[in-house]
Design a binder for this molecule. Structure first.
Ligand code: AMP
Length: 542
């Protein structure tokens, strides 16, 4: 027997319409590329998104056209998200931190017909324009006054287009499995791959992000996604905040400690989301400038493992709860998040802290398992480590332009490439990326664990453990660290600090201190670059 409920499709335009009608006065605050802070309401956002949609139609955008964005987190970028997807086209968020060759590759692979670009990225686009044969229109996201002289053909001024376009439009009724947006994975190995989200996956994911066990958003929340809209959908905040009627605060191009602090305290942000490197900088700023962040209640931290010291400092010094999360572009991106559960009430503080360091519980909608090399399922006992596999309604089945459900096995699980344990309460602990594990004398060493211990050293800002070839043990771990500004620990001190915390054979062979830690386009440490740099056999301590 079939249920008798309405088959109303879940589309992103329904979020915008809801925000306009029920939370029309709620604010969006953006730091603009042009400098000042801009304020508007969800009512204005909805009207301007309709104007932009009409402008896109007047440029001849139609059918399955893909429209790129090269933009920071700001109100015009939000309008572009809703206008493009609302019309039934595909919004491609391009990561401007990619190398020029990679940028040209993904723009051509996605077949971007038009690109909406912030002023900051006009020179970048000009430098690769001759490699983009399919690009027809560029819309520069500024007003007439700031419009630059440009060599780009068919460059339009965003605000002029909006002025010339009517605000009336009925969003088309789309099947909910229509593609809505496209995001390429960072591509630390091989070519970047496109993850193509649907309206349904986006809406269901945003509903989950609003819930108390994920970001806990409501009308009283003030949300600051520092995580860029071009990296894994700004973790769902751009759809979840209007759904919940939360105030949305967008940092534009300024993600330094001082600018973030101004925005957080000025706008009374209570929940913010960013990768660990951003929070590391922020904590350094708070400490150096002796500032406080009393309005901030919790920070979502994901992208790479959160050091224990970060969780401790945020809580003890500033009263801020760190919610450690794990996700992937392929998961829209939320997979797990760490919130204090009822079983913690009876735990001692140190035990609680150890639990906080895990990546957290799977959220409803993400079904997980861990398996060994022979695909045998492993128990959830917090000790057995295996390949992490997931399935669910906001998880990719295949990459863009690669046909079939080729990411999935016969049980519809996707292998994440991560290695981890899961405990009896469903808490995930990532122990490594499969390709980052270090095998020494036949035993596995977790690079994440070594990095975590190194980050607990008071002088260390960033740490990466990689394997180097060893004639006797096959591989040995080495540790590369960047020190905090004004700190001067010796490499050997750090090696001993880590060695005291692990088994003797797991201790790093040597430690080197570097001034320049290579980062990927998504702000993670590039182990690929480090492997190139340190690919020689074992050396003595630096
Ligand atoms: P991306 O698609 O660029 O967001 O990268 C996803 C990958 O980042 C995951 O497969 C993990 O390897 C890593 N990652 C994300 N969150 C965490 C975390 N909290 N701890 C450790 N690794 C993480």
């Amino acid at each position: 027997m079939r249920g008798l409920m309405q088959a109303q499709p879940l589309t992103t335009s329904s979020i915008l319409e809801h925000a306009e009608r029920c939370h029309g006065g709620q604010r969006i605050v953006s730091r603009m590329v042009e400098g000042p802070i801009h304020r508007c309401s969800y009512r204005e956002l909805a009207a301007r998104s309709r104007r932009l949609a009409n402008a896109l139609l007047s440029l001849g955008i139609a059918g399955d056209d893909v429209i790129g964005t090269l933009a920071w987190n700001g109100f015009r970028h939000v309008e572009a998200w809703y206008a493009v997807a609302g019309l039934g086209h595909v919004l491609h968020t391009i990561n401007p931190r990619l190398a020029a060759g990679q940028l040209a590759y993904i723009i051509n692979h996605a077949e971007d017909r038009a690109i909406l670009a912030d002023l900051s990225f006009v020179p970048l686009l000009e430098s690769i324009a001759d490699q983009l044969p399919g690009l027809r229109d560029v819309i520069i996201m500024t007003d007439r006054e700031h419009m630059p002289a440009t060599s780009l053909r068919s460059a339009h001024c965003y605000e002029e287009l909006l002025e010339q376009s009517p605000a009336s439009l009925h969003w088309p009724a789309l099947p909910e499995d229509t593609a809505s947006s496209l995001c390429y994975t960072s591509g630390t190995t091989g070519r970047p791959k496109g993850v193509l989200y649907s309206h349904r996956s986006t809406v269901v994911h945003a509903l989950s992000v609003c819930t108390p066990n994920v970001m806990g958003l409501g009308m009283q929340s003030v949300v600051l996604p520092v995580v860029p809209m071009f990296h894994a959908n700004a973790w769902g905040t751009i759809h979840a905040a209007p759904m919940a009627g939360s105030k949305l605060v967008l940092p534009g191009p300024s993600m330094d400690g001082k600018s973030l602090h101004e925005l957080i305290t000025g706008e009374e942000v209570d929940v913010a989301a960013a990768v660990p490197t951003v929070w590391q900088m922020f904590l350094q700023y708070l400490q150096d400038s002796n500032q406080r962040v009393d309005c901030l209640n919790r920070v979502m931290v994901a992208g790479s493992a959160v050091p224990r010291s970060m969780i401790e400092i945020f809580k003890r010094k500033y009263g801020v709860t760190v919610c450690h999360a794990w996700g992937m572009t392929e998961l829209s991106p939320v997979g797990t998040i760490n919130h204090p559960g009822p079983e913690e009430r009876s735990m001692a503080e140190q035990e609680q802290l150890a639990l906080r360091c895990k990546q957290g519980r799977f959220v409803y909608g993400v079904t997980a398992r861990i398996v060994d090399d022979e695909q045998r399922e492993l128990p959830w006992n917090g000790a057995s480590a295996g390949h992490l596999q997931v399935r669910g309604p906001w998880i990719a089945a295949s990459y863009y332009k690669e046909t079939g459900d080729h990411l999935l096995d016969e049980d519809n699980f996707m292998d994440t490439g991560d290695i981890g344990t899961i405990d009896a309460n469903g808490y995930l602990q990532i122990t490594d990326r499969a390709k980052d594990l270090i095998k020494s004398g036949g035993e596995w060493i977790s690079s994440v664990e070594l990095e975590g211990h190194a980050m607990d050293h008071p002088d260390v800002a960033l740490a990466a453990a990689i394997a180097i070839p060893d004639p006797k043990w096959d591989q040995r771990p080495i540790l590369i660290v960047k020190l905090k500004q004004g700190h001067a620990a010796e490499a050997e001190d750090i090696r001993e600090f880590v060695a005291r915390r692990v088994a003797r054979w797991q201790a790093p062979e040597w430690v080197t201190v570097t001034d320049e830690m290579p980062l990927t386009a998504t702000g993670k440490i590039s182990k690929l670059a480090l492997r190139h740099r340190y690919s020689h056999p074992v050396q003595s301590v630096d």
